[in-house]
Design a binder for this molecule. Structure first.
Ligand SMILES: *[C@@H]1O[C@H](CO)[C@@H](O)[C@H](O)[C@H]1NC(C)=O
Ligand SMILES: *[C@@H]1O[C@H](CO)[C@@H](O)[C@H](O)[C@H]1NC(C)=O
Ligand SMILES: *[C@@H]1O[C@H](CO)[C@@H](O)[C@H](O)[C@H]1NC(C)=O
Ligand SMILES: *[C@@H]1O[C@H](CO)[C@@H](O)[C@H](O)[C@H]1NC(C)=O
Ligand SMILES: *[C@@H]1O[C@H](CO)[C@@H](O)[C@H](O)[C@H]1NC(C)=O
Length: 331
């Protein structure tokens, strides 16, 4: 009888904390991961855009706003980063729509895991869900440069209703195929051998403009994107087994906890200070061991043409273009 009881208890514990009995804690467990602030622009029940008339005339805008510390956590607040989105103004119906992608539990949780103590055992808990936020509304206050000087709205192109309807399907597929937020780009050297790529709001916007181009949208080639990249430099990352490297992986993530509210440069120092430790990256549900290359990690920007256009890198002069600044200003 006692034995049956303890087996039942063990089962209950196993069900509650699947990770303990069968490997790691489940990522984004809705019981263990809790949003600190519920965002009104990213409702729990999303509103995929309702379909519009094929002949509607729709303006597409690139929207940018500073990332607010209170709302998005210290990490990007300190970075003075931007949040970006794609806005649609249906001139025929007067309705507006916003599509954006973000870290559901904010960027800090999308970047490092939580080390939780479950009954005396340290476990890794990732709350790194990335999610599409789509609302039938554009918050003019949020994206207004008159209110937040670094906010901006840039006209990109005009499409029709049939194209918006296709986009609406595309963004829902994007949401399914991009379940995790990923802060870093992992390169051998900047611009050479990109092993793993970031998955952020900017990546979503860039992919959205690319998709609209593929279904017929055209852009003004005098527009260029000035994009920032958060980079880690490493030789080709090697896949490792979580269970057999668990202690080492936990040590690595314990060494820096960006939720302590450190500045970006302190974060970099923390990461570099752990020279003696094995370094890992969690990518698409797997851990990889990194062999860092100098300068280990940094923040860089580069100019990117809008889809269907090209820029001559060698003779490139910023002054000849309308530059959409996606740059993260670190000071
Ligand atoms: C990050 O994840 C932790 C662990 O679940 C959670 O308590 C916290 O609220 C999350 N942070 C934000 C800003 O949502
Ligand atoms: C859509 O945006 C336009 C331009 O800002 C505005 O005039 C209009 O009232 C908005 N529509 C709705 C339904 O809010
Ligand atoms: C923690 O461990 C103790 C002793 O092994 C056990 O009685 C208890 O149920 C455990 N609690 C949880 C939450 O696993
Ligand atoms: C619009 O954005 C402003 C500024 O962030 C915010 O205070 C307001 O609550 C938002 N309104 C809606 C309806 O989301
Ligand atoms: C995006 O995916 C999440 C699950 O990861 C789901 O809860 C949400 O409803 C999806 N949003 C849209 C607009 O399809």
């Amino acid at each position: 009888m006692i034995q049956i009881k303890s087996i039942t208890l063990l089962l209950v514990v196993c069900i509650a904390f699947v990770g303990i009995c069968f490997g790691q804690l489940p990522d984004n467990d809705p019981q263990l991961c809790q949003q600190k602030i519920q965002r009104e622009d990213c409702p729990i029940i999303p509103y995929p855009f309702t379909s519009v008339d094929d002949n509607d005339q729709i303006e597409v805008w690139y929207l940018q706003a500073p990332i607010f510390e209170g709302m998005f956590g210290n990490f990007f607040g300190k970075l003075k980063g931007f949040h970006s989105a794609v806005g649609f103004y249906d001139l025929t119906t007067g309705l507006n729509y916003t599509a954006e992608y973000d870290a559901y539990y904010e960027v800090a949780n999308g970047t490092v895991p939580n080390i939780v103590n479950i009954n005396g055992t340290k476990e890794i808990l990732w709350c790194n869900a990335g999610i599409l936020c789509s609302i039938p509304f554009i918050n003019e206050t949020y994206w207004d440069p008159a209110i937040f000087s670094t906010a901006s709205k840039t006209y990109m192109t005009t499409i029709n209703g049939a194209q918006l309807n296709k986009f609406s399907e595309w963004m829902q597929e994007y949401n399914i195929s991009n379940p995790n937020y990923q802060t870093w780009d992992i390169w051998n050297k900047f611009g050479e051998s990109l092993w793993m790529s970031s998955n952020t709001c900017d990546d979503f916007a860039a992919n959205a403009f690319q998709y609209l181009f593929e279904i017929g949208a055209t852009y003004d080639c005098s527009i260029v994107f000035k994009r920032d990249y958060l980079n880690i430099y490493s030789q080709q990352p090697t896949l490792v087994d979580y269970e057999s490297n668990k202690d080492s992986i936990i040590k690595f993530y314990e060494a820096f906890d960006i939720r302590k509210g450190e500045s970006y440069f302190q974060i970099i120092e923390d990461i570099i200070s752990i020279i003696g430790l094995e370094k890992y990256i969690y990518y698409q549900d797997n851990y990889y061991l990194l062999q860092l290359n100098y300068p280990f990690l940094d923040l860089k920007y580069d100019f990117a043409p809008v889809p269907g256009c090209s820029i001559e890198k060698k003779s490139f002069n910023e002054k000849n273009y309308k530059v959409i600044d996606v740059t993260t200003k670190s000071k």
